[in-house]
Design a protein around this ligand. Structure first.
Ligand SMILES: Cc1cc2nc3c(=O)[nH]c(=O)nc-3n(C[C@H](O)[C@H](O)[C@H](O)COP(=O)(O)OP(=O)(O)OC[C@H]3O[C@@H](n4cnc5c(N)ncnc54)[C@H](O)[C@@H]3O)c2cc1C
Length: 304
């Protein structure tokens, strides 16, 4: 085995939280290595097609533009971001991060900034219809809905917002939710109810996707009955889950898997910190993520 790579801080994830932690490590004179599983840094900003208007300091046309500004600032400092570096394990005594490619890092502290991923139902042929009817983003893919009947699945803000966007181009939109009541804000629920193109279907879940090649129909189940609907495009907005599997065996998490931290972003395991959405179900925002990155770096600095 090669000698482990040593650094003060290993930051896992290069979304806003990890990038902010890297900036603040540099500010405080700590060596930091940012590990990013994806091909490029940015995290969820890379799949944000709406404009960013609520981050103090600047507005951006979309997430990618905000990401570019963050990354430019980080790169001007010569900071070390390693794309396509998946952290596969974290161990204690000594603190170690193992990469999926076999390399080992021995940092003095680890900051987990792995964010969240979208939930998707466990459907047999979901992968087959990805790009063949399953939409990634209502905003980005609205033209793919032209002339089609679209289904949006979910009951929160994201589902309602996507239903409204897609109703702008689709012939018809089914908004399907597994419960009777919705979590979405009233401004969204009112707008959806006022939109004659949108039909709400409650107490139902997607059971099957069908089609030769592209998506053609969806079978719903609910109240013990099945119902088939002709649908040409579908988008799931059924919440997110934290990417905390990496440290779930080491640190305390809540019942949904969010990492538990104190006000200094410390987990219950010395040397392991967590920042951003993976530890923040209350305020999953760019502002909170970047604030937590700074907090963790300061806490690591004080501890070391
Ligand atoms: C459609 C959409 C619109 C949004 N709009 C806004 C908005 O207008 N305003 C706002 O404030 N917020 C918005 N958000 C939320 C905001 O993007 C998130 O709160 C923010 O990106 C969280 O940052 P993060 O760094 O904690 O996590 P993420 O951005 O999720 O980044 C985590 C990173 O960790 C990497 N990673 C995960 N596991 C590993 C591993 N094992 N090894 C290495 N790397 C790993 C991932 O690849 C990812 O790059 C939006 C989100 C979405 C999806």
């Amino acid at each position: 085995m090669n000698d482990p790579l040593r650094t003060d801080v290993a930051i896992v994830g290069a979304g806003p939280a990890g990038l902010s932690a890297a900036l603040w490590c540099d500010e405080l004179g700590l060596d930091a290595l940012v590990l990013e599983a994806g091909r490029e840094p940015g995290g969820q900003l890379l799949w944000t097609y709406n404009s960013i208007e609520n981050y103090l300091g600047f507005e951006a046309a979309d997430g990618r533009e905000a990401r570019d500004r963050f990354v430019d600032q980080i790169r001007r400092r010569g900071l070390n971001i390693r794309p396509e570096s998946v952290a596969a394990s974290v161990a204690l005594r000594p603190l170690r991060v193992g990469l999926s490619k076999g390399e080992t890092i021995e940092p003095r502290a680890v900051i987990i900034a792995t964010g969240v991923r979208r939930n998707e139902p466990d459907l047999e042929n979901l992968e087959h219809f990805r790009g063949r009817g399953i939409l990634e983003s209502g905003k980005r893919d609205k033209d793919l809905a032209i002339g089609k009947t679209v289904m949006v699945v979910g009951g929160g803000d994201a589902a309602f917002e996507n239903a409204l966007i897609l109703a702008g181009t689709a012939d018809k939109v089914f908004l399907v939710h597994r419960r009777e009541t919705f979590r979405a804000r009233q401004e969204f629920t009112d707008a959806v109810r006022d939109n004659s193109k949108i039909e709400i279907i409650t107490n139902s879940e997607v059971a099957r996707l069908e089609g030769d090649g592209g998506l053609e129909s969806v079978t719903l189940t609910g109240d013990g009955q099945e119902r088939g609907l002709s649908v040409g495009a579908l988008i799931f907005r059924i919440g997110v889950r934290p990417n905390s599997e990496l440290v779930q065996h080491l640190v305390a998490t809540d019942s949904r898997g969010y990492i538990r931290i104190d006000s200094s972003c410390r987990t219950d395991q010395e040397g392991i910190y967590a920042v951003g959405d993976v530890a923040n179900p209350v305020s999953p925002t760019i502002s909170s993520a970047s604030g937590m990155g700074a907090t963790a770096a300061k806490a690591v600095f004080s501890w070391l």
